[in-house]
Design a protein around this ligand. Structure first.
Ligand SMILES: [Zn+2]
Length: 480
């Protein structure tokens, strides 16, 4: 299926352009949305720590395979940078991951943890992490920024957050462009019928790697990054707060569960337990959660496989009130049929202290044909509470309730996740991570901020680097 090209993410190109330059060779760059490459490598990298299955976690942490995961994590965006940029958009979305999974299954024997198969699995994990994280970042963090950062500008958001991240967390990973390019070219040839030289993909990756080096360097320019922060004060204070929906640590935790779902797909098929991966319900966040016009009133649901388009509506995700009456709400993704999560936007304000029930109806199907066998039910309520400071202090804003099918209670927060698939009313309220951290010794809510590559030398400033990077960008484009 050919997905129409839309304009959203061009991390590597914008990375060059954002520092002040436009140029003939970059003038066709679409507007930047969604995460940029340092953030993407963080989600893919950090998400491994949240995989519950110890064997799968150990496999993904294999040192010599890491490079494939990291490169896969920005492969979809490299399509925007490559000389043949047609793969930039659809590489983000189903059914491409589904096709890649089938290709791995057809060409290698399970368990896919050795040799070439292992490289492909790690590349696949990176690619799926990319699409999911773009959707969650856009749907939860960027949409919050639109509301909370008065000067929000989509066109620079992703690059700015990348700068905050590299500078604040001292994460400036540097590595080479390494993927099984020959095989990937074959996968894409089979998928789309495009016979493209594998070097095109390689050069696209190299351009992204180069742009990451640039961002890593320009993020050392404190005055420049501080200028970025002025337009995104809320984001700067909250993008790394694990309690804020769509923040970087929040997405990384979600990724742990998603890897497991993709692993299931590789090894026989998605289980019912992974059909609904998790959800987010509003609860008093900034005191706006009841206001149906606010992003804070929105529910989010994540699935182990993308939900088929026919099921992305309020016939299949139903909200009812305490009387059992259906609450009018809009249910959809954020990009249309391609995006991975579904968001529920109420048509009227939520009522405080009122318990709502959300039912994902049995019979819902994914794009891969997996059918939900039983209703999946959870409840939530928006309870009164003290407004939480939003100045990024020690206690971050309350992210509301996040549940997972088997979350139980989180040892990190000690608060009930509020899941109940039988339809009884569990305790509501509280916050917990997307993934159940109980089985994982490395899930301290203080996500690790050290390690991960070496910092670059402090440059004189973007003004010096920009022309150089621009030249490199042009060179890549002319060579490819
Ligand atoms: Zn992207």
């Amino acid at each position: 299926m050919r997905i129409p090209v839309r304009t959203r993410v061009t991390a590597p190109v914008i990375a060059v352009a954002v520092v002040a330059l436009t140029s003939a060779c970059l003038s066709s760059a679409p507007t930047a949305f969604a995460s940029s490459s340092h953030c993407h490598t963080f989600y893919a990298d950090e998400g491994r720590q949240y995989i519950e299955d110890p064997e799968l976690r150990a496999f993904t942490l294999t040192e010599e395979l890491e490079i494939y995961l990291l490169n896969g994590a920005f492969f979809p965006d490299s399509g925007y940078a490559a000389s043949d940029s047609r793969y930039g958009e659809w590489a983000h979305w189903e059914p491409f991951p589904m096709f890649y999974i089938d290709w791995i299954r057809a060409n290698f024997d399970a368990p896919y943890t050795e040799g070439e198969a292992a490289k492909h699995v790690m590349a696949l994990f990176g690619i799926v992490a990319h699409g999911m994280s773009d959707a969650v970042f856009d749907g939860m963090l960027m949409d919050r920024s639109r509301e909370h950062d008065p000067d929000h500008d989509n066109s620079q958001y992703d690059i700015n957050v990348d700068h905050f991240f590299v500078q604040d967390q001292n994460r400036n990973r540097q590595f080479g462009a390494v993927l099984p390019f020959e095989d990937l070219a074959e996968v894409i040839r089979l998928y789309q019928g495009w016979d493209i030289d594998p070097d095109v993909y390689k050069r696209g990756q190299e351009l992204v790697v180069t742009s990451m080096g640039f961002i890593g360097a320009s993020a050392q320019n404190e005055a420049g990054v501080n200028r970025m922060r002025r337009n995104y004060e809320w984001t700067s204070d909250n993008y790394f707060n694990a309690d804020v929906p769509g923040s970087l640590p929040y997405i990384a935790r979600l990724m742990g569960r998603y890897y497991q779902a993709v692993w299931e797909r590789l090894n026989g098929g998605l289980t019912q337990e992974s059909f609904v991966l998790g959800w987010y319900t509003p609860r008093g966040f900034f005191d706006r959660a009841t206001d149906h016009t606010s992003v804070e009133s929105r529910l989010g649901l994540w699935f182990g496989e993308s939900v088929a388009p026919a099921y992305r509506n309020s016939d299949w995700v139903v909200v009812t009130d305490e009387s059992g009456d259906v609450v009018s709400a809009n249910v959809r993704g954020i990009y249309g049929d391609e995006s991975y999560p579904l968001f529920v936007r109420p048509a009227q304000d939520w009522v405080r202290d009122h318990t709502y029930t959300v039912t994902v109806r049995a019979g819902m199907e994914t794009v891969d044909g997996t059918v939900l066998e039983d209703d999946f039910v959870f409840t939530f309520a928006i309870i009164d509470e003290e407004p939480t400071p939003v100045d990024g202090g020690d206690t971050g804003p309350d992210g509301g309730e996040v549940g997972t099918p088997d979350a139980g209670s989180s040892p990190d927060t000690g608060i009930d996740a509020g899941v109940d698939t039988d339809g009884d009313t569990p305790e509501v309220g509280g916050e917990t991570g997307v993934a159940d951290a109980s089985a994982n010794p490395t899930t301290d809510p203080e996500i690790r901020v050290s390690g991960g590559g070496c910092a670059t030398a402090r440059p004189a400033g973007p003004g010096v680097l920009a022309p150089l990077l621009l030249m490199i960008a042009c060179l890549f484009r002319s060579r490819a």
